[in-house]
Write a protein that binds this ligand. Sequence first.
Ligand SMILES: C[S@@+](CC[C@H](N)C(=O)[O-])C[C@H]1O[C@@H](n2cnc3c(N)ncnc32)[C@H](O)[C@@H]1O
Length: 256
Amino acid sequence: VKKVLVIGIGAGDPDYVTMQAIKALNDVDVFFVIDKGEAKNDLARLRREICERYITAGTYRFVVVDDPVRDRAGAAYRENVEAWRQQRVALCGKLINDELKHDECGAFLVWGDPSLYDGTILVLQQILAEGSAAFDYAVIPGISSVQALAARHRVPLNRIGEAIQITTGRRLAAEGLPDGVDNVVVMLDAGGAALKAAQGDDPDIYWGAYLGTDEEVLVAGKLRECIDEIERIRQTKRAEQGWIMDTYLLRRPRKD
Ligand SMILES: C[S@@+](CC[C@H](N)C(=O)[O-])C[C@H]1O[C@@H](n2cnc3c(N)ncnc32)[C@H](O)[C@@H]1O
């Protein structure tokens, strides 16, 4: 039977790669790389570096394909994501059928942890549901950007007994901080509008960009006092690097 591994490689630092992931990497015959374009070349390089550094047994090959183009302009965000996911399902099914021999092991290397804002597992489940390819699959967890953020700021995600919510910048911008949740982790905040929407609740912020890499930047304090600095860093870094990835924890002040 063909086997497909979804391997979390951690969110930036090659030292985040776990022992389990290293063992899995060494079992892989074919790495499928979905190329997301020029701006993310740093990420493609990191994937290759991880393979070169940790694979000591056997031979492996890379199969690189272009990511289907996603329509980000339209208002129908959910429909666009769905259409794009369908194209990915077709593409990945074809990769597994055409590029993986019987009894070979293929792998998708997933940034951070595969359980967090990553479509790979759902794509594989969809291929199996459609019956367009046959394979077994397994998931290897990785250190997510959320864990890296908390570790670098040396804070827990919650105070005693409190709930934590993980959400997107898009949702936070539209809905503000959710009621009854004291700790909110925000990912995928491309625009920066979310920070402005959260200011009214006067939370503390623990912000991190390029976590685990040489470009890492951390800012912590009262959101109202830090927001301008964060915006400035975002703009400068995006201009310098061509891309930015940031994650932050917002924490409501204690009521007592
Ligand atoms: C598509 S999601 C993937 C998350 C990933 N699966 C994880 O476990 O971290 C991409 C988002 O993760 C966050 N992210 C990933 N890596 C990061 C890093 N090294 N530093 C800061 N944020 C990061 C950013 O919010 C980014 O917009």
